[in-house]
Design a binder for this molecule. Structure first.
Ligand code: 4AD
Ligand code: MG
Length: 463
């Protein structure tokens, strides 16, 4: 028989119903009158269900001793109206079985609050904590909302390769892929060239599915990717991972303003889905993690995003009177402190910066008539900073090849990308959104390592 999950019992279980639950013990209290209260959680929601275990339950005296924090149990009984406050129903047990015990002396997740640093070391147990359970549920709702948003607009979901030879962002942050036995080669102390390793060809893990998405967009229409992406940047910050998930829509016939509108609608639609469907978890984040989270989301939904040319943003930053750690001037990329100043202090809402200097952006972005800027857009949000990077793409073959040469790229290596411009080229645009940064925005979690189940950062790939 299908077991009801605890979230279902708590919200719509009827007193008098016979129930059977399985889950993990959060706490146990024994009363002096010879019965016990057990709080059980099965991950379906933040809340635990309270189980009252009367002393008459068969084997009570022997079994109850092993009903300790972390143990897995099965309970059969009847749903009762709960006299306690804060819960509608509880279970009165008629039988109780310990499935797997957990030594209370050794169990790494104690009742007290643990630091996130400590929890990162026990990635195999941290999803049993309130915070990581909530993060996992919200992340799941966001992923679903991503598909809902694009599918309802007729976008095609496509899967782009993880192993590739093109460096989309041109930043040289690729992980090399090899079929060679490096350990053996090291033993032999060989001086072989390792740069052509994928069955004799160079290959790396993808930094973005954009170039391949452009192929599908210019054949089949609006499409999107949603998959893992890799950056070999050695940065230890609260918003960078070596492996993260990116959502990349790509649309033929879109110019930059339409691209910006889509990005704005997309972020708003995901925020709305989470607010509608994850109320319990969102209340938890607002109470225990960051008390500005709900207000930030309401504010995002209430206003149109500011659209601001890069050049004007530099002007605002230069006149701000702020002492920035990294001085800003036209031609430089914004640092996180500048992004936060614009979104948290100056505008107090999301900002879409556009038309960046061509020298700081990749080869594929469409050049403007001024010869100095490209049709780039970055969406910046409070607390997280850059959450989306995108652009209108260069659809003119001659301008594209000039730009490649300017950035020391060989057009011959991107021959297929150039052919998209040779045969039936069209204006098109797209963007990439980092899933983890969106989860950070929505939950208020400070560190990106705490919004992905198994964070990969320099030196951390164990499990
Ligand atoms: O700005 P990026 O590098 O843009 C691209 O890769 C484009 N090809 C996307 C496109 O137009 N289809 O990355 C896009 C987003 C960033 O705004 C950020 O949210 C996220 O990906 N991101 C990272 N997230 C976590 N860790 C990292 N190291 C990230 N690098 C980028
Ligand atoms: Mg970027």
């Amino acid at each position: 028989t299908a077991l009801p999950r605890i979230n279902h019992l708590l919200t719509s279980g009827k007193p008098g119903e016979s129930v059977r639950i399985r889950g993990w013990v959060r706490t146990r209290r024994d009363s002096k009158q010879g019965f016990s209260f057990v709080e059980v959680n099965d991950g379906s929601c933040m809340g635990n269900i309270q189980v009252v275990v009367p002393g008459e339950v068969p084997g009570y005296a022997e079994t109850i001793k092993s009903v300790t924090t972390g143990a897995s149990i099965e309970v059969e009984g009847e749903l009762k109206e709960s006299p306690g406050k804060g819960q509608r129903v509880e279970v009165e047990a008629s039988s109780l079985r310990v499935i797997g015990s957990a030594d209370p002396e050794k169990y790494p997740l104690q009742k007290k609050r643990h630091s996130f640093e400590y929890l990162r070391e026990i990635a195999h147990l941290r999803p049993r904590s309130n915070t990581f359970g909530a993060v996992a549920r919200v992340r799941n709702r966001i992923s679903y909302a991503v598909h809902e948003f694009f599918q309802s607009r007729g976008f095609l979901y496509i899967n782009t390769p993880v192993i590739t030879t093109s460096d989309c962002e041109g930043a040289g942050e690729m992980f090399q892929v090899t079929t060679l036995d490096l350990a053996k080669l090291a033993q032999l102390q060989t001086t072989l060239d390792f740069s052509q390793d994928f069955f004799g060809k160079p290959a790396s893990l993808t930094v973005s599915g954009q170039l391949e998405a452009e192929i599908y967009a210019t054949s089949l229409g609006d499409c999107y990717t949603f998959g893992p992406t890799f950056r070999a940047e050695n940065s230890n910050t609260a918003r960078h991972l070596a492996e993260f998930w990116m959502i990349e829509p790509e649309m033929p016939f879109y110019e930059l303003p339409e691209n910006m509108s889509l990005a704005e609608e997309f972020i708003k639609s995901v925020c709305r889905a989470v607010l509608d469907d994850c109320q319990e978890d969102m209340d938890f984040f607002n109470k225990r993690i960051d008390d500005t989270v709900l207000a930030t989301l309401d504010n995002i939904l209430a206003h149109e995003f500011i659209r601001l040319p890069y050049t004007e943003a530099i002007d605002i930053l230069e006149k701000s009177g702020q002492e920035f750690e990294y001085p800003i001037e036209w031609g430089r990329d914004l640092q996180s402190e500048h992004e936060r100043y614009l979104t948290e202090q100056h505008f107090k809402q999301p900002v879409i910066l556009h038309d960046y200097p061509r020298t700081i952006k990749p080869f594929y972005m469409r050049c403007n008539e001024d010869g100095k800027t490209v049709r780039a857009m970055d969406v910046l949000v409070p607390r997280v900073g850059e959450i989306i990077g995108g652009s209108q793409r260069e659809e003119r073959l001659d301008v594209l090849t000039d730009r490649m040469q300017e950035q020391d790229l060989d057009p011959a290596e991107y021959w297929w990308y150039c052919e998209l411009r040779e045969y039936g080229t069209v204006p098109h645009s797209g963007f990439g959104l980092g899933l983890e940064r969106l989860v950070q925005l929505v939950t208020g979690m400070q560190n990106i390592r705490d919004v992905i189940p198994f964070p990969r950062t320099p030196g951390h790939a164990e499990f």
